[in-house]
Design a protein around this ligand. Structure first.
Ligand code: F6R
Length: 617
């Protein structure tokens, strides 16, 4: 949420900054800006409302250059998207700053600075930081010290990049609550919200820790921890393919990422499966000891990741006999949830930087029992980003191998989370009940899954045809029962976020208790209906809908025995291991949303008002 890129190099850095912004655009796209220090020590700033392309057009008319620069793509929090609210923000003619996060005490600080004579030209919280650093620089004459003195006055979350015309050979970055990496190369040093931003110039990174302040100069990189001590941070090599730039011939990143799912699931599972059981040792050192003591699981996540947790609840209770509670992180973190002895705290996140999920993890880690011991047995993260805060701060981590997900709507991250969750559930089952035929059947199902997912993707053209029936609708209901209910929730979320059609999901058995009143000829009903022990009950629910004029769009397998007919459209999926049907049935729902959005002409990869990686509360 908001993207930062900054550079200090031996060559002009504008191209690096603009390319970095394009690669970070998924984090926010309501405005973008850049500030550069040229060889005369003059600061030039260009900002534009809209996407990075609009900034590029502005730069064509108002050229800027320099070997030191900072840049930003914004997702508005304080103040509407406008040129004056776009970053970088400046104080006077010398200092410029870009910021990701929220400064919670910006109001009193603004008042105090106004009383001292500072003027404000934006509605943002960030402008306060600009003036504070400028004030501290006037006192100390040194940028790193000025930033450190400023940080002690800030409450809230930030990643910052700051430069000052009177110290043109220094770029300073800081992080607390929002991600920031340092890129290292022969030609220069860089800051980025995500390593993806900097892959054209480097693959070597330091991941800053909470409270770190970093100074980049031509002589090198110096990192101070939150106590002000100089520290060394490990250098990580970014090994992923650089898939961020290309859509590999697909029209959108989202479609590319939908089609990558067979491989992403196979990659995620590759090291986790033995011949006929899951490999508990592959879950990391200490995994067996920790999981062996689990009596209960609390799963906490946001959005799509939360839906994956909802599926896992069914699996945990049915396959491992372990009670499970699933909650959105924004609620969990403000509740005094009762923690029974032996409870595992499990988080799910694509990015590993989601503010609420991270805060929930820290809150859980701080909880204590009556004896002053940790209330939770331990913490486990399932995450797609190695080195992310969630991964670093959890006891155990299972990495999904989806590769970078650029489309704002999450697709392959979700299905790989489900695959990893099933491995964790089977590990818990194995530890509690020993190896079993059921585990062997599901492991075989997991191995067959990538091929079955590929078959389901062949339905894309048929689903595009079906999508024409949704384009003019204003509302849609998604129905499922059992572990397909969370898949209906995920289907509804995908449709609303990229096509802007209002969609809701219900457990089909709940229809009669109210939502049936909504049903008429204008209300399409999407049903997730693989053959399972609840299929006859679901069929009865669908009859009740059809009897009231609702048009049915049913995703089912041949064994569910649905018949196409007047107002009943059936899309037939391959048969898969019943426990794994939630993973399979996600794909056609993603495709449905995708094709509806394309027909409606919405911005599929960057839907309005949204951003990927929600690093503010
Ligand atoms: C929806 C979507 C979001 C994210 C949510 C959590 O398509 O992408 O709902 O799932 O913001 O993000 P992560 O998984 O990064 O914690």
């Amino acid at each position: 949420m908001c993207g930062i890129v900054a550079a200090i190099a031996s060559q002009d850095v504008l191209t690096t900054l603009i390319e970095g912004l394009q690669r970070l655009e998924y984090r926010g796209y309501d405005s973008a800006g850049v500030a550069l220090l040229n060889s005369d020590g003059k600061l030039t700033r260009v900002r534009e409302v809209g996407k990075v392309a609009a900034l590029e057009a502005a730069l064509a008319l108002q050229p800027a250059s320099g070997k030191v620069g900072i840049a930003h793509t914004r997702w508005a929090t304080h103040g509407r998207p406008s040129q004056s609210n776009a970053h970088p923000h400046v104080s006077g003619e010398h200092l410029a700053v870009v910021h990701n996060g929220i400064i919670e005490n910006h109001e009193p600080l603004r008042q105090q600075l106004r009383n001292e004579g500072y003027t404000f030209t934006s509605e943002t919280d960030t402008e306060v930081v600009a003036h504070l650093v400028a004030r501290e620089f006037d006192r100390t004459g040194e940028l790193t010290a000025a930033v450190q003195a400023t940080l002690s006055q800030l409450e809230g979350a930030y990643a910052l990049a700051v430069m000052h015309a009177e110290q043109p050979d220094t770029l300073v970055g800081a992080r607390k609550g929002s991600p920031l990496v340092v890129g290292l190369s022969e030609e220069g040093y860089y800051l980025g919200s995500d390593p993806l931003a900097l892959l054209p110039v480097t693959r070597q990174f330091h991941y800053l820790k909470e409270g770190d302040v970093v100074s980049l100069t031509p002589a090198g990189v110096v990192i101070h921890d939150e106590k002000g001590q100089v520290v060394t941070r490990e250098v990580h090599h970014f090994a992923h393919e650089d898939s961020a730039t290309g859509k590999a011939g697909y029209r959108h990143f989202m479609l590319k990422e939908i089609f990558e799912q067979p491989k992403a699931v196979a990659d995620t599972l590759s090291s986790l499966l033995g011949d006929d059981r899951v490999r508990i040792d592959a879950l990391g050192p200490g995994a067996a000891a920790l999981l062996d003591s689990v009596k209960q699981v609390h799963i906490v996540a946001c959005g799509t990741s939360y839906h994956a947790g909802q599926v896992a609840r069914y699996w945990l209770e049915e396959l491992a006999g372990i009670p499970c509670q699933v909650e959105v992180a924004s609620e969990y973190r403000y509740r005094q949830v009762v923690v029974q002895p032996g409870t595992l705290f499990l988080t799910l996140s694509q990015s590993g930087e989601t503010a609420d999920t991270l805060a929930a993890l820290r809150f859980a880690q701080a909880r204590q029992d009556g004896q002053g011991q940790s209330a939770y047995l331990g913490t486990l993260a399932i995450c797609n980003v190695p080195g992310s805060s969630l991964v670093r701060e959890s006891d155990l981590c299972v990495l999904t191998k989806a590769g970078p997900e650029i489309g704002v709507a999450s697709t392959k991250a979700f299905t790989t989370q489900l695959a990893a969750l099933m491995v964790v559930v089977l590990a818990l089952r194995q530890l509690g009940q020993g190896a079993s035929d059921e585990e062997a059947r599901i492991v075989a199902g997991l191995k067959a899954l990538p091929e079955i997912l590929s078959q389901a993707l062949h339905l894309s053209d048929d689903i595009a045809e079906l999508a024409t029936k949704f384009v003019d609708r204003h509302h849609t209901l998604f129905l499922g029962r059992g572990k397909q209910y969370p898949i209906a929730m995920e289907g509804a979320l995908k449709l609303k976020e990229i096509s802007y059609i209002h969609a809701e999901a219900y457990a089909a058995g709940e229809l009669k208790h109210g939502p049936l009143a909504l049903i008429d000829e204008d209300m399409p009903i999407v049903a997730v209906a693989p053959n399972c022990e609840l299929i006859e009950k679901l069929k009865s629910n669908l009859q009740e809908v059809r009897a009231r004029g609702g048009e049915l769009f049913i995703f089912a397998d041949p064994e569910a025995r649905f018949t196409q007919g007047d107002g009943v459209h059936v899309m037939t999926l391959p048969i898969c291991c019943p426990q794994l049907a939630p993973i399979l049935y996600t794909l056609p729902l993603q495709l449905l949303s995708y094709h509806v959005a394309v027909l409606k002409g919405t911005d599929v990869d960057q839907p309005r008002n949204l951003a990927k990686s929600v690093t503010v509360e």
